[in-house]
Design a binder for this molecule. Structure first.
Ligand SMILES: Cc1cc2nc3c(=O)[nH]c(=O)nc-3n(C[C@H](O)[C@H](O)[C@H](O)COP(=O)(O)O)c2cc1C
Length: 192
């Protein structure tokens, strides 16, 4: 199964490295798209080493540098069987809820064929999670009927607060990816 992992710029971005490692270990093909913010937390080289593929950072820059890959975001979208954004920041949530395509991650997510399950795992500080704008954006996202939300968990957060907003466990994320794949292709092996 081909899994596209989107990583946005939250403190839990480092957990995406474990996620990618686990998915690769289970036999899946994995490609990673990072926001510019995510690269401030974890270097792309980590994901390139773990996935064995280049990381997509800036679709326009890639197209300018190599005309043969000018529709790379569409090619990556067509390659994908299941997509998961983890962690999904409040900012990336706003992008996806509004249908913006102003970076590589949001552009690829919009280009995904309708058959591809799109999972998102929000993670943020509790006050951010409870902010009316975030609550509204999450409602807008759900209303699109295009995204499956893997809810955050209540825990001690990196900022020291205890409350809702922690990224779901990596086990939960792996299970959700494989369950989504089974729904689309019942009977298919969960890992090639
Ligand atoms: C140390 C630190 C940790 C952060 N953690 C989060 C987080 O967990 N969730 C979140 O929504 N934003 C978090 N932010 C804010 C985002 O990095 C910021 O909103 C950024 O613009 C997100 O951009 P992106 O969604 O394009 O990656 C954090 C910022 C800093 C400085």
């Amino acid at each position: 199964m081909n899994v596209l992992i989107g990583v946005s710029g939250g403190i839990a971005a480092y957990k995406a490295a474990d996620l990618v490692s686990r998915l690769v270990g289970r036999g899946h093909g994995v490609r990673v798209v990072m926001t510019a913010g995510a690269t401030r937390f974890v270097g792309p080289i980590t994901f390139e080493a773990l996935s064995g593929h280049p990381v997509m950072l800036d679709a326009l820059a890639t197209a300018a540098a190599d005309p043969t890959s000018s529709v790379e975001h569409v090619a990556w979208a067509k390659w994908t069987d299941v997509a998961l954004v983890a962690p999904m920041t409040a900012n990336t949530l706003a992008r996806l809820a509004c249908g913006l395509a102003d970076d590589a991650l949001s552009t690829v997510m919009l280009a995904l064929p309708a058959r591809v399950p799109c999972l998102v795992a929000p993670a943020m500080n509790t006050a951010m999670w409870e902010h009316p704008a975030v609550v509204r954006n999450l409602r807008w996202l759900r209303e699109l009927d295009r995204y499956e939300v893997i809810p955050p968990v209540s825990k001690r957060l990196a900022c020291g607060d205890v409350g809702m907003g922690g990224l779901a466990d990596v086990d939960t994320l792996v299970d959700a990816v494989e369950a989504a794949a089974q729904r689309v292709s019942p009977g298919a092996p969960s890992a090639p």
